[in-house]
Design a protein around this ligand. Structure first.
Ligand code: NAD
Ligand code: WQD
Length: 342
């Protein structure tokens, strides 16, 4: 298939592009490079041997997206472009609502004009809000505890209504749990700008000497070791999930919206991740237990059985492989894409 990937120069997008190219699909990327580097396309070519075309465009610009679809017709789109930092969304709610919602309005409108109605949307387990207890399954009601999460809840609703109004739409809502890891080559990976908010990229920077120690946000949760439990999923497994969802949509007899959790179905604690990353880096990484982070929930993990059943997909990689692959990326790219090599 010919596939447009918005946000394809980003962390999850770049790994998804590699997987699509390796599966024989013809891919083009639209990305405004607001949180990524054009070097990513060089690394994708290094891995796959294919030069994936990049249009540096703001997806909220519907005219630009329409022009791209007119010049390079596609069969489907995977929509990952957007702002994703929870804390930043609390400080800049209007920017988050405008960017994330306008990007979806713009893309879906341009696709409809071009007669393209197969879409994989990047959602998040954050839509489960502060539900009582995991495992979280797809039919649970959605809510959010921050503007970023609300943009995902709202985009899902917009897409459900688009499909209800025109049954030709085939839409997959993929709810990622906690994506971590990197391509085993070490040539692409997560390259957070500024202070990494998430656990694993922060640990990677501790391991490579860019940060002094990990601050563990609370060890008084009602969990086996008192620290937060999350469903970490290898970005390679996540990329495979996108391929499975795309091909399942394309082969479906009818249109409609399908929602799938992409997670392993099990929770790992902060201290367990710290231990795994220490093993990967070959030394005990320093840490200090501090107070809880506002807004954190104790535990979150997926019920992934619907994706297993309907996509024939399941996550295969464990936390040790996630940490080893992250460490290989970070060790060989200590300052990310734009910094000097190791
Ligand atoms: P990322 O920031 O690495 O990738 C997003 C990409 O989109 C970047 O390359 C950025 O330059 C681009 N972009 C942002 N706004 C744009 C715009 N207006 N027009 C064009 N390009 C734009 O983030 P990621 O971690 O790869 O996340 C990708 C998607 O997955 C996001 O929608 C995010 O909400 C979702 N998601 C991420 C996580 C996670 O923990 N990383 C979890 C669940 C869902
Ligand atoms: C994981 C665990 C922290 C950092 C976030 C977003 C979610 C999604 C994925 C976009 C928690 C603990 C963390 C640190 C720590 N993103 N931690 N010290 O919060 O589960 O999910 O990223 O969709 O929307 O909320 O991931 O990696 O920030 O935290 O102790 O320096 O690690 O308390 O228990 P989270 P995280």
């Amino acid at each position: 298939m010919r596939v447009l990937v918005t946000g394809g120069a980003g962390y999850i997008g770049s790994h998804t592009v590699v997987r699509l190219v390796e599966a024989g699909h013809e891919v083009q990327v639209v990305d405004d490079l607001s949180n990524s580097s054009p070097i990513v396309l060089d690394r994708i070519e290094e891995i796959t041997g294919v030069r994936v075309p990049l249009d540096v465009v703001d997806v909220t610009d519907r005219g630009a997206v329409t022009a791209i679809l007119a010049q390079h017709p596609v069969d489907a789109a995977i929509h990952l472009a957007g702002l994703k930092a929870v804390g930043e969304s609390v400080e800049q709610p209007l920017r988050y609502y405008r960017t994330n919602l306008d990007a979806t309005f713009s893309l879906v409108g341009a696709m409809a004009d071009a007669g393209v109605r197969t879409l994989v949307f990047s959602s998040s387990a954050t839509v489960y809000g502060a539900q009582a207890s995991p495992p979280f399954e797809e039919d649970l009601p959605t809510s959010a505890t921050n503007p970023y999460g609300w943009t995902k809840v709202m985009q899902e609703q917009v897409l459900r209504d688009v499909a209800a109004g025109d049954p030709r739409w085939r839409i997959a809502l993929l709810r990622y749990f906690n994506p971590v890891g990197a391509h085993p080559s070490g040539r692409i990976g997560e390259d957070p700008q500024g202070h990494p908010n998430n656990l694993v990229p922060y640990l990677a920077q501790v391991a490579v000497g860019r940060r002094e120690k990990l601050l563990v946000f609370g060890d008084d949760y009602d969990t086996p070791d008192g620290t937060g439990l999350r469903d970490y999923i290898h970005v390679e497994d996540l990329a495979a999930g996108h391929l499975a969802a795309l091909e399942t949509l394309a082969a479906a007899d009818a249109g409609g919206v399908r929602t799938w959790n992409l997670g392993t179905g099990s929770g790992t604690s902060v201290l367990e991740v710290l231990a795994a990353f220490s093993r990967a880096a070959g030394r005990e990484l320093p840490h200090e237990v501090v107070g809880r982070r506002a807004g954190d929930i104790a535990a979150s993990w997926a019920d992934p059985t619907r994706a297993h059943r309907e996509l024939g997909w399941r996550a295969e990689k464990g936390i040790d492989e996630m940490c080893a692959d992250t460490w290989r990326w970070q060790e060989t790219n200590p300052a990310g894409y734009d910094g000097p090599p190791a």
